[in-house]
Design a protein around this ligand. Sequence first.
Ligand SMILES: [Zn+2]
Length: 301
Amino acid sequence: MKNFVKAMDRNASGFAYLKQKFSSISEAKIEEGIFVGPQIRELQQDGNFQNSLNEVEAAAWNSFRKVCKIFLGSVKVENYRDIVNDLLLSYKALGCNMSLKIHFLHSHLDFFPDNLGAVRDEHGERFHQDISSMEKRYQAPPDLRRKKSTSNLLSKIKANTKLPINTVLEIPPPTRLISRNPAWVADENVDLKEEWRNRWSNLAIANKDLVEDPNTKPPGYNLPRRTWSTLNRIRTSTGRCNYLLNKWNMSPDQNCDCGQIQTMHHILRDCPRRFFQGTLGDIHRCTEEALEWIRHLDIPL
Ligand SMILES: [Zn+2]
């Protein structure tokens, strides 16, 4: 949908009709082709839109509608191969940018099983399972996970030599802008855990040495939220101690009731009224004594 709208003739009647029909949507969104499902469905049933398109646009629009129908319905259409091919050709005629996704769709033409809709449901179920088991793991930052997922896609494509997209990947198009990172320049063998470990070891943050491997869950993960958050505030040396509250203009006084400046370190190590007898490592590992101390701490960190 997005690729189609972006390639439409800005001065022709089709685009004008789009702007008029969705007058409540900002022009920028329309130009970028950002529509939600119900809007796309509404447009697909709108004969007037169809009539306002020029010949090339109408051909592409028709192919798009057909592809939507076969992929979103659960009935296999005999000639789906031709339909997807038509989409590619008519989009090409329109001058659309072909994203890797569309090429991938094309490459997989021969691999669709008989009942597409049912498979989609299975995929949904599978996806849900994958996601829920993934959430249980301790995760690397999003940009690293994106990199990993691109590398997975690439190695999956390359492993299947029958896919037509491989001929494109052998001689990839030249990169025009250095700011762009097309998928084909990506590394196929990304070790997500290793990369996350490296990034973690180069970070400049307080007490980072407590965590040896950021891929593993830190201890105390299952504690009640209040204990868990206090624990992490001590780990990161950032909490509602008077010194920081004062720095944030939230308290007139930076001193502890014992008379010294109340930093996180002071509360944990030096405060005669409440210091912890163990080490920061004990707190991190959630020893019984540490949890007991956190529960009885009279300062709400
Ligand atoms: Zn004190």
